[in-house]
Write a new protein. Structure first.
Length: 459
């Protein structure tokens, strides 16, 4: 077309969501989640790249766009409206807490994704599900989905065993023992990385792709959560932050080691990042007095209560192992919680290796789980958004922990060697985003002859 400055690039959509809650009530929650996945609107141009980040333990993904706040019926479906050429969905806690009991629901979820009308123009797909729940040493409960639009003519995936790229055709699902699948690398973190060396489902899965002669890695990751608020607030940074730092460093070192050619990479999943608990508590409760409650039989600290020095000694903060309840929730809402950003420090350790967008949105919000009026154990399908950092139930009101932007999309520092920003030019802080916000578009283009990091695709 006359006057066109450059050929369109390849639109890429990256999505991550902790979906464990979907399997608590699959008949209702999965339907709602998939509807939002199909309908949520993201600022993707026909030749751009968008990052969509799911909020952990919610039944709907969160979009990196103000459009996500529009009513569902008024939002155009992202698949129909924007038609990204390449779409990656990274899931954590796939199958819920009891994978064996949820296998039929897992099959239904996968079938719906692959056969839905919204995805009919994606004629090639790769699905990798870690279903080896009987192996404590290997099970990660990670699920990775990749969808290729019919208009994308040539895309290749890397075979890590043969060390060459293979053209992607058809739709294939891999499950059970992913360790033997040559098209990915999967690792569970070493046992000494786990808090108290107790196994949990934490690890990462890496795949490598070549689009428009640009090679890049996509890494699905799930890092460790804070097991106890009482332990987390003891030091700054917390012991759990140190464990996450060690694990993320392990992943980054693995994906750039000498076994394979180095390429650009995106790491997106549930990082379980937290605000620095000790600093937050000391700032919010500067003038408070602390009351320590101990167990009668063990003398172990089980609760900390912070009260105002005056004002009738009202409770400001109640802290327990699984409870973080700050009574003035406005601090999380005012100006999107920007006053707390100084305590969002965990990714700063990797500032020379990873990049993220400026954060201009409130901390991630958990969901409210309500007990069914007809049973004392089941959950209703009603999931409600509560105040930031809140997770309440009818039987246990309060917040589980101080949690900011747990899910993230981050990229390596040299991603711009293979990608070009449009239309204003490259921005060094574009590739990383957490939670929600506005997204400039970028596109994947073939690298120039002068590029020093051009990938070699052996086919």
């Amino acid at each position: 077309m006359a006057g066109k400055a450059a050929a369109p690039g390849t639109a890429v959509l990256l999505v991550t969501a902790n979906v464990g809650s979907l399997f608590d009530d699959p008949e209702n929650l999965q339907k709602n989640w998939l509807r939002e996945f199909y309908q949520v609107s993201v600022s993707v141009e026909s030749h751009g790249m968008a990052l969509l980040v799911g909020c952990p333990r919610r039944c709907t993904p969160r979009a990196l766009s103000r459009e996500s706040r529009r009513p569902s019926h008024d939002r155009p479906a992202v698949v129909h409206t924007h038609k990204p050429h390449f779409m990656a969905l990274h899931c954590q806690e796939f199958g819920g807490k009891n994978y064996e009991a949820s296998m039929s629901h897992v099959d239904k979820f996968v079938k719906e994704l692959l056969s839905s009308d919204a995805m009919k123009e994606y004629n090639r797909a790769r699905v990798y599900l870690d279903e080896n729940f009987k192996s404590q040493e290997h099970f990660t409960a990670l699920g990775s989905f990749y969808f290729l639009h019919e208009s994308l003519k040539n895309i290749y995936q890397f075979d890590f065993k043969a060390k060459k790229y293979k053209k992607v055709t058809g739709k294939e699902i891999y499950s059970d023992t992913l360790e033997s699948t040559p098209m990915l690398e999967k690792e569970k973190f070493p046992q000494d990385y786990f808090p108290e060396c107790k196994w949990s489902r934490k690890g990462f899965v890496r795949t490598r792709w070549c689009v428009a002669d640009c090679a890049f890695d996509l890494v699905n990751i799930h890092l460790f959560h804070d097991a106890s608020n009482l332990v987390a607030w003891e030091t700054s940074p917390s012991v759990y932050s140190g464990i996450r730092h060690k694990a993320l460093g392990y992943v980054l070192d693995r994906i750039i080691d000498q076994r394979f050619e180095k390429v650009s990479y995106f790491v997106f999943g549930d990082f379980n990042f937290r605000l620095d608990s000790k600093s937050v508590v000391e700032t919010l409760c500067t003038k408070a007095t602390m009351q320590t409650v101990r167990a009668a039989d063990t003398n172990e600290v089980v609760k900390l209560i912070f009260r105002e020095s005056d004002n009738d000694r009202k409770v400001m903060l109640q802290l327990e192992k699984k409870l973080f309840h700050y009574f003035n929730q406005e601090v999380f809402r005012d100006n999107n919680g920007t006053a707390l950003l100084e305590f969002d420090k965990e990714l700063s350790v990797f500032k020379d290796r990873l990049y993220e967008l400026d954060i201009s949105f409130p901390p991630s919000r958990r969901a409210r789980r309500r007990l069914s009026p007809t049973t004392t154990s089941g959950l209703t399908s009603a999931w409600e958004t509560t105040s930031p950092c809140s997770w309440r139930s009818a039987s246990r009101p309060g917040q589980v922990n101080l949690t900011p932007m747990c899910t993230s999309v981050v990229s390596c520092s040299d991603v711009w060697e293979a990608m070009a920003a449009t239309p204003e030019g490259p921005s060094r802080d574009l590739p990383v985003a957490r939670g929600a916000g506005d997204v400039p578009s970028i596109e994947i283009r073939p690298p120039t002859a002068a590029s020093t990091t051009r990938p070699s695709a052996t086919r």
